[in-house]
Design a protein. Sequence first.
Length: 146
Amino acid sequence: MKTASSVTPIPPPGNTAATEQQEVAAEEEVTEVYPEEATRTERKTIPGSEPKAKPKPRPKARPASKQEYRQPKVIMYSTSSCGYCTMAREWFRRNDVKFTEYNVDKSRQARDQFHALNGRGVPLIFVGSQRINGFSSSLIRQALGR
């Protein structure tokens, strides 16, 4: 078994009564015994000799005023040469909106879906179940609930 030890201050010479009291007090302070099997968290420490705790990593910061936001599914039917489609694509990326794009020029299946939806022009955007013909950032923002 190990015992803890501490350093006792040396009194000035000639004061033997104070010296005896300090020795008794020092002996009382050093009576903590540590079992060999004890883990580090179970051991008692002498006041002032505690190791500094490591700071916990901070979680990623989230705005305190916003509640958890679940974005509805966003789908855009587009063409390669459409300027409004390009504007919508850039707006989605700038505003961190996840979206799925179907290019009706390049995919027969996308074109068939577009016609089945009675699509007449591009972009044709769906935010959840809401349909938006053309690009309008205000309508998209409103549909997203932002």
